[in-house]
Design a protein around this ligand. Structure first.
Ligand SMILES: NC(=O)c1ccc[n+]([C@@H]2O[C@H](COP(=O)([O-])OP(=O)(O)OC[C@H]3O[C@@H](n4cnc5c(N)ncnc54)[C@H](O)[C@@H]3O)[C@@H](O)[C@H]2O)c1
Length: 401
């Protein structure tokens, strides 16, 4: 491990999207943090003061943390800080059949096991299949390790974690009163308010938060599709519904709802509910299906075969540089079998060699689809090309009805 002095805590997976804002929030609070991550390149980037992805307000905090020597970097489980709290950001993924893969978290705990000591605080941070926290505490005990196991879920918006960590209540749960108390004390250093519940309740609170959001997006997307099939403008209806009407204020605009969390967490909840989560499963059909509905609509209007279609924005949401589970790639995949050519562009993505500069895409495309409403696209001259803009983001564009 690099750096001097014993860190106050270790964040496992600390170089990832969940880890980095958390590490920086603790460093800002004056703690010394051991960033433990298998990805050596990501650690080297952080050690050099560079962020591998967009995270608002992170750069100056990283610079300050490095200057004050508050960060240590380690790649091996053997290098977690002895006796100090360990926060694990690794969560339960779902597989291609939408079943939770429990062994991912277990494998991470197995790796840490030899280096964890009696009474150490182990905080699980990422989304977990319900029951995992209690199961891990029991599993550790069966291996002869009695740890203080807590679950304190991450709930920040990606890219704005630093701001939100300092503003949002932190849900804290522990398998024992001591675990809960120590976790509450630690998170009390960075969160304005602590909400205490049992581990199983915290696990469901996290999943319900994300599934609810996913259902909200599906609701507005279904309204959009209903309005569209009736030949009506959902943007105008959405505006009228919300105008000075407080109960409709929170209805989001129609758009592509994707990313690494909402879909996965909704499916995780469906698995927990023995596939009886009808609202969540319907939300998945709508949010994932909207791409196919838009393409069907385009096929009804145009002969796509000779046309070049340009996709604007490849990230899963606006103004971030994260393409994980982005529906833009579903568009690309489906359209590449139908259109003459598909061009893609994005102002943030650095990892996709197929991207083309925006001006070229606009110039060469017969038809455009706004996949991600990045701020950079506001006011861009689309040269009168017809554009699918389900977000109703592009003022003055030749928007297809
Ligand atoms: N991104 C979000 O906004 C968000 C929010 C809440 C929950 N989650 C969940 O949190 C988890 C992590 O998400 P993320 O977005 O941070 O992913 P990420 O891929 O950005 O980061 C994960 C990091 O963990 C590292 N890692 C993986 N296994 C490791 C191990 N055994 N030991 C040490 N390091 C390890 C990886 O190298 C990577 O740097 C996922 O389960 C995700 O669904 C993400």
């Amino acid at each position: 491990m690099s750096g001097t002095g014993a860190p106050d805590l270790t964040v496992v997976g600390g170089a990832g999207h969940v880890g980095v804002p958390l590490v920086l929030a603790f460093a800002r609070a004056g703690l010394r943090v051991n960033i433990n991550d298998l990805n050596r390149c990501a650690l080297d980037e952080l050690a050099a003061g560079r962020l591998a992805f967009l995270e608002q307000d992170a750069e100056p905090l990283l610079a300050a943390a490095l200057k004050d020597k508050r960060l240590a970097f380690s790649t091996s489980p053997a290098e977690i800080t002895a006796g100090a709290p360990v926060i694990v950001t690794i969560g339960t993924p779902v597989d291609e059949f939408l079943n939770p893969v429990r062994k991912v978290v277990q494998a991470c705990i197995d790796d840490l096991l030899p280096w964890l000591s009696e009474g150490q605080l182990l905080i699980l941070r990422s989304t977990l299949y319900p029951g995992t926290t209690d199961w891990i505490a029991g599993y550790l005990e069966r291996q002869g390790k009695r740890l203080k196991v807590a679950f304190c879920p991450e709930r920040v918006v990606q890219g704005q974690g630093i701001r939100e960590l300092g503003q949002m209540p932190q849900i804290v749960s522990g398998v024992s009163p001591e675990a809960e108390e120590e976790a509450a004390r630690l998170f009390g250093l960075i969160a304005p308010e602590i909400v205490r519940v049992k581990p199983a309740e915290a696990e469901l609170a996290k999943l319900f938060n994300n599934a609810y959001r996913y259902i909200e997006f599906a609701t507005t997307n279904q309204f959009y599709l209903i309005a569209k099939s009736g030949g009506l403008d959902y943007g105008a209806i959405h505006g009228a519904m919300r105008h000075h009407y407080p109960r409709a204020k929170g209805i989001p605009s129609a758009g592509l709802a994707a990313g690494p969390c909402l879909f996965k967490d909704t499916m995780q909840l469906a698995a927990f509910a023995q596939n009886q989560f009808t609202l969540g499963q319907a939300a998945m059909l709508i949010n994932e299906g909207i791409v196919l509905r838009i393409i069907d609509d385009l096929r009804a209007r145009f002969d796509l075969a000779p046309l070049t279609v340009g996709l604007l924005g490849m990230d899963f949401k606006a103004d971030i540089d994260d393409t994980r589970a982005s529906l833009s790639y579903k568009f690309k995949n489906m359209l590449s079998g139908l259109a003459g050519k598909v061009l893609t562009t994005d102002p943030f993505v650095r990892t996709d060699p197929d991207l083309t500069p925006l001006e070229d895409v606009v110039e060469r495309s017969d038809l455009l689809i706004l996949c991600t409403p990045h701020s950079a696209y506001r006011g861009v001259d689309l040269k009168g090309k017809p554009v699918v803009d389900i977000w109703r983001f592009l003022d003055g564009a030749n928007r297809l009805p």
